[in-house]
Design a protein around this ligand. Structure first.
Ligand code: 4AD
Ligand code: MG
Length: 431
């Protein structure tokens, strides 16, 4: 007997096949039972006729609890009216396990209840669609860089020092008398890798001890970080633009069905085209003033400011050259205007906020040393990083893309907690 999956059922039109899954829904009409079976690859309607089973078994079938595990064998039949374009007749059905009463129903559940049942919630159609889109984004990311001759060089998770400021560090007892920190960004190691291999990217989990509970923050999230030797801020902006267009096009091309399940307005993703507007921080604050949006020059953008600036455009917008005081120690100053750092944030449309942060790095040894001192960072811990400026320093830069924010944007979902299988948030680590 051919064992197949729901996703491949249409390839077996007219053949008798077996699928292995779970009962998602059912209804019966006298002599017929309609069983909706999901197997992770999709959902198929299976039709069981009473006359083909003994009465006791048929009764059991029509009262089988949701999420019971079943193996169904029968002929696959193309049928335009059926969801997915294919149906199955049930010749035989094996009940692998009878489920207890399933806690998640079709009724509305509150977010706390769903998050506490995340291990089960993952089975729901919407969550399946989100995870498939996440998988597509991950593949698109890797393909994008490999097509452009970047190599994947991952950075460590245990680190001896901070990268993105010391207030959001997770400390771990590394040895009896030594502390380490969970990585906030692979960037510093990426810079070493770029000097070794030219064009690199790292892609892995990163950790921020965020104290804020917002729809854009996780304490553990995935970041993809490219880094290029012999590159300046313009190169970094060009790469971010190509990157986001590539991701959006791939999701639209390969995940239409999932976007439909999520009721995503696909035209919003289809219209992501370069060039993206590029505004300096000064220009962006000028726009805020023009439109009467209150903002104090010199501050970092908060979520409402990002939302305001991005609401002026349909595509992502790049804001570059921020006041250096609000940016990390490693950013190179603008040689044209020392008040600003050569950094860029890319703000996603539709209120998804900053999805990319990056820029050009300080490449001068003495300037960088002075920055480390000014930021009161432990110089010894950064000696290796300073070495990169001692031995063949070149202009270089890169960025970090937050995977979950990107996935949330692609999916059009409200909160990034649904864009990762098991979200880690303030006051929530179960399950
Ligand atoms: O802007 P960030 O902090 O930049 C860096 O870490 C740089 N070192 C990256 C680089 O240049 N290689 O973070 C980059 C992105 C943000 O734009 C956002 O998308 C995401 O990471 N991000 C978060 N996503 C979810 N939850 C959080 N708490 C996040 N913090 C940042
Ligand atoms: Mg940032």
């Amino acid at each position: 007997m051919t064992i197949t999956t729901v996703a491949r059922l249409a390839e077996h039109d007219g053949e008798t096949v077996t699928i292995r899954g779970w009962l998602q829904n059912r209804r019966s009409k006298g002599k017929i039972a309609f069983l909706l079976i999901r197997d992770g690859s999709g959902t198929v309607q299976c039709v069981a006729l009473k006359k083909n089973f003994d009465e006791e078994f048929f009764d059991k079938l029509t009262s089988l609890p949701y999420e019971s595990a079943v193996i169904v064998t029968g002929p696959a039949k193309a049928d335009e009216r059926a969801p997915g374009g294919v149906e199955m007749q049930v010749d035989s059905l094996e009940i692998v396990s009878v489920s207890e009463e399933y806690p998640i129903s079709n009724q509305e559940h509150g977010p706390d209840f769903l998050l506490s049942n995340r291990h089960l919630w993952l089975r729901s159609s919407k969550q399946v669609a989100i995870m498939r889109i996440r998988d597509e984004v991950i593949r698109a990311i890797r393909d994008f860089f490999h097509e452009r001759d970047f190599i994947n060089v991952d950075s460590p998770i245990f680190t001896p020092n901070a990268c993105e400021g010391t207030s959001e560090l997770f400390e771990v007892q590394y040895t009896e008398d030594e502390l380490a920190y969970l990585s906030q960004s692979g960037q510093l190691y990426n810079e070493a890798a770029a000097m070794a291999y030219g064009k690199v990217y790292c892609f892995g989990p990163t950790f921020r001890a965020e104290k804020s509970k917002t729809r854009r923050h996780l304490r553990e999230f995935w970041m993809c970080e490219p880094e290029m030797a012999y590159a300046d801020l313009e190169d970094v902006m060009d790469l971010s633009e190509d990157f986001l267009c590539y991701i959006a096009q791939r999701v639209v091309a390969h995940r239409k069905h999932e976007l439909e399940v999520l009721e995503r307005d696909i035209s919003k993703l289809e219209s992501i085209r370069k060039p993206f507007p590029r505004l300096s921080y000064e220009e962006a604050t000028e726009k805020m003033r023009e439109h009467g949006h209150e903002f104090e020059f010199g501050n970092d953008f908060g979520a409402p400011d990002e939302t305001f600036v991005s609401s002026l455009y349909d595509s992502p917008v790049m804001v570059h050259r921020y006041p250096h005081e609000i940016k990390a120690f490693y950013m190179k100053r603008d040689p044209q205007d020392d008040r600003f750092a050569l950094g860029v944030d890319v703000l996603a449309p539709e209120g998804y906020g900053e999805i990319i942060g990056g820029g050009q790095r300080e490449d001068d040894l003495e300037t960088l040393r002075a920055r480390i001192q000014a930021h009161e960072l432990p110089e010894e811990a950064f000696e290796w990083y300073l070495d990169l400026r001692r031995y063949g320093s070149v202009p270089h830069g890169g960025f970090g893309l937050g995977l979950e924010r990107t996935v949330a944007w692609m999916c059009g979902i409200e909160h990034i907690r649904e864009a990762i299988p098991f979200p880690r948030m303030l006051y929530r680590i179960y399950p």
